[in-house]
Design a protein around this ligand. Structure first.
Ligand SMILES: [Zn+2]
Length: 335
């Protein structure tokens, strides 16, 4: 069994070193460092030190384009999304959004620079392509049925694929077209990274309501020749589902990975865990292992206890459940 943990928010190398040593002592094998646009501008040297500490401790160092261009998961804001006006997404009401369109040249130009830094400056092992997505409407925007992207590139792409006029609502064809755009972006980005000798992990946003869609999505992303590990994060507590539903996600992921000879990784929600539900995460980890998942990771270190907006009701308890279940599953794997 392999276990991974994400690490962010600390940019003092002295503290990072202490935390990385603690992570290694607990038996993790990989650490996922967030590397936002802000980090790329201001903290390259700090991340160089973090990657070096990880390697000294025998950990694999993966780098996450956290919130980069507004296309990848994470709470970090995107400067490029605000400044590269020609590359912005356009919402269905015509409003430009401060996020770059996955179909744009601008996002590729920035990612090329970002990847080069990860490979040649940070000397990391892999890139963790975190939840590539178009703008995710929520709250009032979602209630009004506003969606993205309706920019000229996306409209042209739709006409090219379907030969019909661009719809005014987000039809299944539009959603398919958006998935193709994300696949192409990931294909391009992973090819650039592989060209620098980096391995590639892609974590896909799970399709919760559509099993066929989930299987199709896993299969399409797993077919990428530059991909090494395919991951997903069902987070049943966040989505208020039974932990048992995680089995469907494990099976879809494993089926696609086996067909394309890739490794599979599943994520555990170590943030915003409600009081009294901590032990369910241990049940979910055991379920993943029973399904045949050999790589389980948690977002984030210490159950995100240091990020006030995302901490758990009892972060120390969540962290204890994860690390104790780790030991248990390792014992099982050994014995
Ligand atoms: Zn677009």
């Amino acid at each position: 069994m392999h276990f991974g943990v994400s690490y962010f928010g600390v940019r003092n190398p002295l503290h990072c070193q202490r935390d990385i040593e603690a992570i290694a002592r607990l038996g993790f094998s990989s650490i996922i460092f967030t590397f936002s646009e802000e980090d790329h501008r201001f903290y390259q040297g700090t991340l160089v030190a973090c990657v070096r500490y990880a390697h000294e401790q025998g950990l694999q160092a993966y780098i996450d384009p956290w919130g980069v261009c507004g296309v990848f998961g994470g709470e970090a804001f995107s400067e490029r999304g605000a400044w590269d006006l020609a590359g912005q997404q356009q919402r269905s009401d015509g409003r430009p959004l401060p996020l770059l369109c996955p179909n744009s040249a601008e996002v590729r130009t920035y990612l090329q620079r970002w990847i080069t830094t990860v490979a040649e400056v940070l000397h990391a092992d892999a890139i963790f392509w975190d939840e590539p997505h178009f703008s995710l409407p929520f709250g009032a925007t979602q209630q009004q049925g506003l969606w993205s992207c309706c920019c000229v590139r996306c409209q042209a792409q739709f006409r090219h694929l379907y030969g019909t006029a661009f719809p005014t609502t987000e039809t299944p064809e539009v959603r398919q077209c958006k998935q193709e755009a994300l696949l192409q972006l990931i294909q391009d980005a992973t090819a650039m990274a592989a060209g620098h000798g980096l391995r590639n992990i892609v974590c896909i946003l799970p399709e919760h309501e559509d099993l066929e869609g989930l299987q199709r999505k896993c299969a399409r992303f797993a077919a990428n020749p530059h991909l090494d590990i395919l991951a997903t994060d069902p987070y049943p507590l966040w989505h208020r589902r039974e932990v048992a539903t995680t089995q469907v996600f494990c099976e879809a992921l494993l089926q696609a990975c086996q067909r394309h000879h890739k490794h599979a990784q599943m994520w555990i929600q170590g943030f915003r865990v409600p009081a009294g539900q901590e032990s369910l995460l241990g049940d979910e980890m055991r379920l993943m292992a029973q399904c045949g998942i050999h790589d389980i990771a948690i977002w984030s270190y210490l159950a995100t206890g240091y990020m006030s907006s995302h901490t758990c009701a009892d972060a120390p308890r969540v962290w204890e459940v994860f690390t104790q279940t780790m030991l248990e599953l390792r014992g099982g794997a050994l014995g």
